[in-house]
Design a protein around this ligand. Structure first.
Ligand code: SF4
Length: 381
C-alpha cells in the first residue's frame, strides 16, 4: 500500500516559527492548481498501477484556504488516475482561522475523513506570540465544529516549550485539548528553525528558548497525562486512542512508498527490496509550475538511498515509533547489529530505556526522552 501527499503552499499569514514552504495569500493559485493537476497525471503514467493508494494527506501551508469544491476536484482526479482504496484514510490540515462549520461539512462531503486542526495552544498570549491568525476560542470552536459536521477522526496539533511557557501553562493547554475529546493529539516541542523570524529573535536575544530541563519536564508531563487518558504513544510526538493512529504517517515511518505533489514535496519509492529513490520538488511556486509546464518529470532534486542508508533510516524511523524490529532488519536487509551494539542494547534495557519482547525492542517513556541520543549511538558505528 502506498500514500499520496498534496502540498498546498498558501497561508493567510506566516507564523514566526514555521519553516514549511508556504507564501502569504493565494498568489498564482490557478497556475498552481493547473500544475498540480498535470503533476498528478504525469506520475500516474508510471505509478498508477504499481500499488493501491491507502492514504492521502493534504498538508501545507493551509489546505483549508481552498474551497471544498477544489479539494473535491483533486480527490476526484486522484480516484480517476490511481487505485485509491475504498477505505483510504484522507486527511486534511486546517487552520482554525480559516474554517467554518459549513466549510467543514463541505470537506467531509468532498471525501476527507480525517481532520487535523493546527491549534498549537489554548493560551491567547502564546497564539499571539507565535503569530497564529486565530484565537483560543476559535481553536475550541473549530474542534467542536469538526465533530458537529460529522468528522469522527479529529487530530489536534499542539506545541510546547514556547519561550517563557511554564509546565503548568502547558498542562492547561493539554487539559483544554483533552476536554474536546480528539482521538489523536500531535504534541511537538518547539524547534527554532533557521531562516525563521523566531530564529532571528533568539539570535538577537529578544526571546530565550526554554532550557532542556524544562523541555524534558513538559515532554514527561505530556506522556504521563496522555497515557492516563488512554492515548497510545506511538511516535515520539504522536498519541492516539486505540485504532486512531494516523495511517498516513505510519506509512512514512514504515518506509512505505509515497508520491508527493506540489512545491517542496518529497517522494519516496523503493527501487529494490533494499534501495530506494527519493526526489523532491522546487521550494518555489513559480519554479515548480515552470518545471511542470516545461516538460515531464523534472524534480528539484533526487537521491538514491543505498542499503546502508536504508538500514540507518529503518533504525531511526523505528526508534522514533518506539520499536526496533530486529527480525525485520534481518529478513529485509540481512542486517544484524555487531556485538558491541548488542551489548549497548542490553545496557539500555538494564537501565530502563528499552524493553525486550523476543527480538522486538521497545522504548520506554524514559527511552523516548533520550530517543535522539539512543539513535545516534545505534546508527553510528
Ligand atoms: S499556518 Fe501552519 S503552515 Fe502556515 S505558517 Fe503557520 S505553521 Fe506554517
Amino acid at each position: 500500500m502506498a500514500s499520496i501527499y498534496i502540498h498546498i503552499p498558501y497561508c493567510e499569514r506566516k507564523c514566526i516559527y514555521c519553516d514549511f514552504y508556504s507564501v502569504e495569500g493565494l498568489p498564482s493559485k490557478d497556475r498552481f492548481l493547473s500544475a498540480l493537476r498535470d503533476e498528478i497525471d504525469l506520475y500516474a503514467i508510471r505509478y498508477a498501477d504499481a500499488e493501491p493508494i491507502d492514504t492521502i494527506f493534504f498538508g501545507g501551508g493551509t489546505p483549508s484556504l481552498l474551497h471544498p469544491s477544489t479539494i473535491a476536484a483533486i480527490l476526484d482526479q486522484l480516484r480517476g488516475r490511481y487505485h485509491v482504496a475504498p477505505d483510504a484514510e484522507i486527511t486534511m490540515e486546517a487552520n482554525p482561522g480559516t474554517i467554518t462549520r459549513e466549510s467543514l461539512s463541505g470537506y467531509l462531503s468532498a471525501g476527507v475523513n480525517r481532520m487535523s486542526i493546527g491549534i498549537q495552544s489554548f493560551q491567547q498570549s502564546d497564539l499571539e506570540f507565535l503569530g497564529r491568525i486565530h484565537s483560543a476560542q476559535q481553536a475550541e470552536t473549530a474542534v467542536k465544529d469538526a465533530y458537529g459536521a460529522g468528522f469522527t477522526n479529529v487530530n489536534v496539533d499542539l506545541i510546547f516549550s514556547l519561550p517563557g511557557q511554564t509546565r503548568t501553562r502547558w498542562e492547561d493547554t493539554l487539559k483544554r485539548a483533552l476536554d474536546l475529546h480528539p482521538v489523536h493529539i500531535s504534541a511537538y516541542s518547539l524547534i527554532v528553525e533557521e531562516n525563521t523570524p523566531l530564529y532571528s529573535m533568539v539570535k538577537r536575544h529578544i526571546v530565550t528558548p526554554v532550557t532542556e530541563i524544562i523541555d524534558a519536564a513538559m515532554y514527561e508531563s505530556t506522556m504521563d497525562i496522555l497515557a492516563r487518558h488512554g492515548y497510545r504513544h506511538y511516535e515520539i510526538s504522536n498519541y492516539a486512542l486505540p485504532g486512531f493512529e494516523c495511517r498516513h504517517n505510519l506509512n512514512y515511518w514504515n518506509h512505505s512508498n509515497y508520491l508527493s505533489f506540489g512545491p517542496s514535496a518529497h517522494s519516496f519509492w523503493r527501487i529494490t527490496a533494499t534501495t530506494a529513490r527519493r526526489w523532491w520538488n522546487d521550494r518555489s511556486i513559480d519554479r515548480y509550475c515552470a518545471g511542470i509546464e516545461s516538460g515531464p518529470d523534472l524534480p528539484g532534486g533526487e537521491e538514491t538511498i543505498d542499503r546502508d542508508q536504508m538500514i540507518d533510516e529503518e533504525i531511526f524511523l523505528g526508534m522514533r515509533c518506539g520499536v526496533l524490529n530486529l527480525p525485520r532488519l534481518k529478513i529485509v536487509y540481512g542486517f544484524e547489529f555487531p556485538r558491541v551494539q548488542n551489548e549497548l542494547l542490553d545496557s539500555y534495557i538494564r537501565e530502563g530505556y528499552m524493553t525486550r519482547d523476543g527480538d522486538i525492542i521497545g522504548l520506554t517513556p524514559r527511552g523516548f526522552m533520550v530517543c535522539d541520543a539512543l539513535i545516534e549511538n545505534l546508527v553510528h558505528f
